[in-house]
Design a protein around this ligand. Structure first.
Ligand code: 5GP
Length: 190
């Protein structure tokens, strides 16, 4: 998405060789029109996949997952980050390390909102090592639902996350792929 590449070049700042600050676009401020266009693009890519539900992880994935769900005409479910250690028998839970925060959090989805007859599209903002995605994929697998694919706004292609998920045979579509952040320059894959 060229429009998104332009906005990343305008809004993003490079924290170090691995981390891009995208507060102006994804993680703090959101551009509604651009987010609608991103949702339409994911909906176009997965139009033939029979999606019954879009799923994401709170919080930064929610705006683009919402516009994708709106374009597909299906509900959005967001996995919640749990703060309690009490096991909930009515929920699927996975422990995931957080790339940016350096801590471990539990994500949970109520069994009520993810069922074996669902075909789900998982949408997220950024993929790095893929821990968050793998956690949610495990939850989807345990529910018996079918995972149609993964839609990522920004894939940091120099980290292993998206590649390892593709190697599992899962379709991963990224709106923008970043090849490198080295030397203070954002380089996109063509
Ligand atoms: P992963 O689990 O794939 O290693 O990391 C995924 C999550 O970490 C993303 O949902 C995002 O919130 C955060 N993250 C990873 N890399 C970056 C980055 O370069 N910039 C920002 N802003 N967030 C990131």
């Amino acid at each position: 998405m060229d429009q998104l590449k332009d906005r990343i070049l305008q809004e993003a700042s490079i924290m170090n060789n691995e981390v891009l600050k995208l507060d102006g676009l994804l993680n703090h401020q959101v551009d509604p029109e651009l987010t609608v266009d991103m949702g339409k693009e994911f909906a176009r890519l997965f139009a033939e996949s029979g999606i019954t539900k879009v799923i994401t992880v709170e919080s930064s994935g929610i705006p683009v997952a919402f516009t994708t769900a709106l374009s597909l005409g299906v509900p959005l479910v967001f996995a919640r980050r749990k703060k309690t250690l009490i096991a909930d028998p009515d929920a699927y839970t996975e422990r995931v390390p957080s790339f940016t925060k350096g801590i471990v959090t539990d994500i949970m989805v109520s069994r009520q909102f993810l069922q074996a007859d669902d075909t789900v599209l998982f949408i997220d903002d950024i993929i790095a090592n893929g821990d968050a995605a793998r956690g949610l994929i495990k939850i989807i697998e345990r529910s018996g639902a079918k995972l149609a694919g993964v839609g990522i706004v920004v894939e940091k292609a120099f980290q292993a996350g998206a590649r390892t998920i593709r190697e599992q045979g899962i379709r991963v579509e990224s709106l923008v792929r970043i090849a490198s952040l080295e030397d203070g320059v954002i380089r996109f894959e063509s």
